[in-house]
Design a protein around this ligand. Structure first.
Ligand code: PRP
Length: 215
């Protein structure tokens, strides 16, 4: 029988998810943080990890290349992946915020220009408020944009707040809380129900009783 494939975002989310899977008896002794390998089989050969870019987890799961995935709510929202989102894992917690210079007034009449890695989330958020915004897609170091005049404000993830502080920016508006989510391919959830449902239920039970693994 083919193993159930689990797509994880390389890095901290993968490490925390592997810890969580161990807690429910799915062990990947062959996984090492520093390895450059991208696929790992569980000790019982029932599950196979595949390590992908965070922004691609939804794509792998939506297309059935992976049955299960774990990704941040931020990347799932931005990708708009058509998957079942079944468990809030409680780790990877942070929030989205609109940020800018301390004296910036968000209620100006002109159209806002927003620098962000998340143009879809940004447009959806402002459109819900009846505001049209222009987004400028960036791939990192977003905090620079208002400092060098590329945008009026930014929409980005705030975790500790250190990056904003060190760049003399402030949160102008909190948008939403985010955290890691367990997602499942829609077809797999039906066709591989007897193998996937117990994993989902055990993960949910673990999170319900223990809160989470380290956050
Ligand atoms: C993320 C995010 C912020 C920072 C927030 O960037 O885009 O810049 O972390 O974290 P903090 O509130 O704890 O400072 P990331 O580290 O992914 O780097 P990037 O700028 O290259 O995207």
């Amino acid at each position: 029988m083919q193993p159930i494939k689990i797509a994880l975002a390389k890095g901290r989310l993968a490490d925390l998810t592997i810890e969580l899977l161990e807690q429910i008896g799915i062990i990947f002794t062959s996984y090492h943080k520093k390895s450059r390998k991208l696929m790992f089989l569980s000790d019982d050969s029932q599950f196979q990890l595949i390590l992908v870019k965070a922004t691609d987890v939804g794509t792998y799961v939506e297309n059935g290349a992976a049955d299960i995935g774990v990704a941040g709510k931020d990347t799932l929202l931005e990708a708009g992946s058509d998957v079942f989102e079944l468990v809030d894992l409680g780790f990877g917690q942070c929030k989205f915020a609109v940020a800018g210079r301390p004296d910036y007034d968000l209620n100006q009449s002109h159209q806002l220009t927003v620098g962000t890695k998340y143009p879809k989330i940004t447009k959806d958020y402002f459109n819900q408020q009846g505001k049209q915004v222009e987004t400028i897609k960036l791939n990192g170091s977003v905090e620079l944009a208002p400092l060098v005049g590329l945008s009026d404000v930014i929409v980005d993830i705030v975790e500790t707040g250190t990056t904003l502080k060190e760049n003399h920016l402030v949160e102008l508006e909190e948008m939403m809380d985010i955290s890691a989510r367990l997602i499942v391919n829609k077809a797999s959830f039906k066709t591989k129900d007897s193998r996937i449902r117990p994993v989902v239920e055990q993960v949910q039970a673990y999170v319900d009783t223990k809160g989470s693994v380290r956050s």
